[in-house]
Design a protein around this ligand. Structure first.
Ligand code: BGC
Length: 756
């Protein structure tokens, strides 16, 4: 009897094991299939080399005529969420997300990977976040980052980079501020153009996102931005237009609505502005999953590809065409745009080969460190506390929750997985070696902080935001509802085999002050030892009036990438002379900012924020836009405008002499603002229109040329739907920051257009 039972049990167990094995095999096979790299250049041999736009367009038209409806629809959506989910769950193993391969016709897939911090596939180089790069004001450096990202994108098997994030920081609480280039459309546009050209040199299609007005995070899936046409064109879109002028292959629509219409279904944005006004010839993809709700409206607005899988395109779109609800020609137009762009990029000759070991290459880590060093901003340095003197420091204390955290940014779609990350603690230990003791406390025990600070020759407090405190945010169904909860409800996925849960937490950061945990660490440290420097970690600014006068030195270190700790050590000890400048205004408090409600279903974006708001209202911020100190000093003299009057299609050429008046080699960012005092229409007090980074030896003077095209002084006349340049006298304001008292002044006149 027992024997029989045992036999039955054995058979049962064997059966269960067999089923389990089968499930594992099927799932394994499916995962393997999903992560199978597709060769993005396989179809190259089928086509003539280096197709021009015209040839690619003709070829695309011909291909469209040969396609079945299924094949056309196939071009218009991603091939599934699986690689995206797998990549989110297994960081560091991510494959690109594919869309629209067609072997029969020799059409390559889109192979998408995110940015902007690097490449999110596999193990890639984690660069300082975009905001830190904006703080370098160094276009050449940004090009070098773009070059590295272009190479790593290709080395990871992708051909489509979603890292050109060009939204404007209207309010520094913006959750994804870390992914963008600050508050100013000019600086953002220049940074964007520099990186996109460099990435695209490697035949990678760059995707400018999120089009448009995605300047809030927590409510991104539901809020509607109310805005007048003039503000839209002058404040929130110029950097996107520049991306078109510099050849961006693609755009991604935003999740939010603009004037009540989802951006992915917004014909005004996707067709009237982007294509008809700006002449964009590439293709538009949706932001993911909640990016388009109505297939017909999407196609008719000009949204070409639904990512990452077909929800309202695919079968639904096929039916819409078959039943005549969407005209076939509209689908044909979309497919033509997608295919011709892919062919153009596919057939260009590659400048080099892209072996897998280019991803995360040591030279890119070195570049990451250089960028981190050049992006750090010295905000305060009373009594020249910095740089620290290596010969005099025997013991240094590094304290705070983020002291041993290699914070590279949030864990949203821009999360790159590098091979290693250097925390401030590790960076200082590596830097000082056996020469000095580096004491560490995470700040949980304030008495310990006090003890270590007393013992040490200097203290570094590392304060700011952890990855899960601000950033890209996905909420659950409840959070998506209009008039939904006014509390965050982050999406959390925790599976038994995962080391840490996948949490789409973060969202916007309200309030803008440091957390109480950091404030008490600063207080404890500085009480015990006044030789205290605060190093700030984050992607946006912190209000700091309540503690800034208590400490002699403050460095804005940002999310400084995989080499951030080493960079910080070299800045603190003076191997690097800080040259970063703030791409954001640091307000004294929130009353100096535009209205903000992170849960708002509807919000109005007005014409002024950041320095334009401070200028208008006469606010004195804690630190102005463009501000940053150095271990040396600079003086500005002899501002000269080449010609006092310029034609409306001309250029204003300006020079200024900048002298290094201190004793260290350094780099200075000269900024040119144009003033609009005499204007007959409402205008900002001034706008950034040029900048240059110059290296200067002690005592050295350089004449720095800066130029402004008159067309860039125009305002948008919404009534006439046209840009207008006022014939009048403009101010030229040049100096080390946007603060009025820092600027030299001159002027020039723009002549009226001669009557025909
Ligand atoms: C983000 C995009 C990103 C996409 C794919 C979206 O949720 O808003 O920026 O490119 O996911 O990861």
């Amino acid at each position: 009897m027992l024997k029989r039972l045992w036999k039955i049990l054995k058979i049962g167990l064997l059966g269960v094991a067999a089923i389990l094995l089968l499930v594992v095999a099927v799932v394994g096979f499916w995962v393997h299939r999903q992560l199978q790299p597709q060769d993005v250049t396989a179809a190259r041999a089928r086509w003539p080399k280096a197709m021009t736009f015209e040839t690619a367009d003709r070829t695309a038209l011909d291909l469209v005529s040969k396609m079945t409806l299924e094949e056309k629809i196939g071009q218009m959506s991603g091939s599934g969420m699986a690689p995206a989910i797998l990549s989110a769950l297994f960081r560091g193993t991510a494959a690109p997300v594919y869309a629209g391969a067609n072997e029969r016709l020799g059409i390559p897939p889109l192979a998408f990977t995110d940015g902007p911090r690097g490449v999110i596939c596999g193990r890639s180089t984690a660069f300082p976040v975009a905001m830190a790069r904006a703080a370098t004001w160094d276009l050449e450096l940004q090009r070098r980052v773009g070059d590295a990202i272009g190479k790593e994108t290709r080395a990871q098997g992708a051909n489509y980079w979603g890292g050109l994030c060009l939204n404007i920081v209207r309010h520094p609480s913006m959750g994804r501020a870390q992914e963008v280039y600050g508050e100013d459309p000019w600086l953002t546009g220049e940074m964007g153009a520099a990186i996109l050209e460099a990435v695209e040199r490697h035949n990678v299609m760059a995707c400018a996102k999120h089009f448009a007005l995605n300047s809030m995070e927590t409510a991104r899936f539901k809020n509607s931005v109310q805005i007048d046409e003039r503000t839209l064109r002058e404040v929130y879109l110029p950097q996107f237009r520049k991306a078109v002028e510099h050849g961006a292959a693609s755009f991604m629509s935003a999740y939010n609505k603009v004037r009540g219409e989802w951006c992915g279904e917004n014909r005004h944005l996707l067709t009237a502005v982007l294509r008809e006004d700006w002449g964009f010839r590439g293709f538009v993809t949706s932001d993911w999953i909640y990016g388009v709700y109505d297939g017909k409206r999407g196609v008719q607005a000009g949204l070409d590809v639904e990512m990452p899988q077909a929800k309202v395109y695919g079968e639904n779109l096929k039916k819409l065409v078959e039943t005549g609800q969407v005209p076939q020609v509209e689908v044909d137009e979309s497919v033509r745009r997608i295919v011709r762009t892919k062919l153009e990029y596919l057939t260009r000759e590659d400048p080099q080969a892209y072996p897998p070991d280019l991803a995360g290459a040591p030279e890119h880590a070195a570049l990451s460190r250089e960028v981190a060093e050049k992006g750090m901003v010295l905000l305060k340095n009373e009594g020249d506390m910095l740089p620290l003197d290596k010969a005099k420091i025997r013991k240094i204390a590094v304290v705070g929750l983020l002291a041993d955290d290699g914070a590279t940014g949030d864990h949203g779609s821009s999360n790159v997985t590098p091979r290693y990350v250097t925390s401030p603690l590790k960076g200082l230990r590596d830097y000082l070696g056996a020469g000095a003791a580096v004491l560490h406390a995470n700040g949980a025990d304030l008495a310990e902080v006090g003890r270590l600070a007393t013992e040490a020759d200097a203290v570094v407090v590392v304060a700011g935001t952890r990855w899960d405190e601000v950033g890209e945010y996905v909420t659950d169904e409840e959070g998506l509802r209009p008039n939904g909860p006014s509390q965050k409800r982050p999406l959390v996925i925790k599976l038994p085999f995962m080391k840490e849960p996948f949490v789409m937490s973060g969202g916007d950061r309200v309030p803008l002050s440091l957390k109480p945990r950091d404030l008490s660490v600063i207080e404890a440290a500085v009480k015990a030892n006044p030789r205290c420097v605060v190093s700030l970690v984050g992607g946006s600014v912190f209000t700091m009036e309540e503690w800034k006068n208590r400490v002699p030195a403050i460095v804005m270190a940002w999310y400084a990438g995989m080499e951030g700790g080493h960079a910080l050590a070299r800045v603190l000890f003076g191997d690097v002379n800080p040259s970063g400048k703030m791409p954001l205004t640091t307000p004294k408090d929130e009353s100096q900012l535009p209205f903000f409600d992170e849960y708002a279903d509807t919000i109005e974006y007005g014409p002024y924020h950041g320095y334009t708001l401070a200028d208008k209202k006469g606010y004195e911020p804690t630190y102005p836009f463009g501000y940053g100190l150095s271990y040396t000093t600079y003086s500005y003299r002899n501002l000269k405008v080449a010609s006092p009057a310029v034609a409306p299609d001309g250029k204003v050429e300006v020079t200024v002499e900048v002298t290094n008046t201190g004793s260290r080699v350094g780099e200075e960012v000269a900024q040119l603002y144009v003033g609009f005092e005499g204007s007959k229409v409402e205008r900002p007090v001034k706008l950034l229109r040029a900048f240059a980074k110059v290296a200067l030896a002690p005592g050295e003077t350089k004449t720095v040329p800066l130029s402004v095209a008159v067309k860039d002084l125009a305002w948008f006349d919404a009534q006439k739907n046209a840009w207008q340049v006022e014939p009048m006298t403009y101010g030229v304001l040049v100096g080390p920051s946007s603060r009025a008292r820092d600027l030299l002044k001159a002027s020039f006149r723009v002549l009226a257009v001669a009557a025909p």
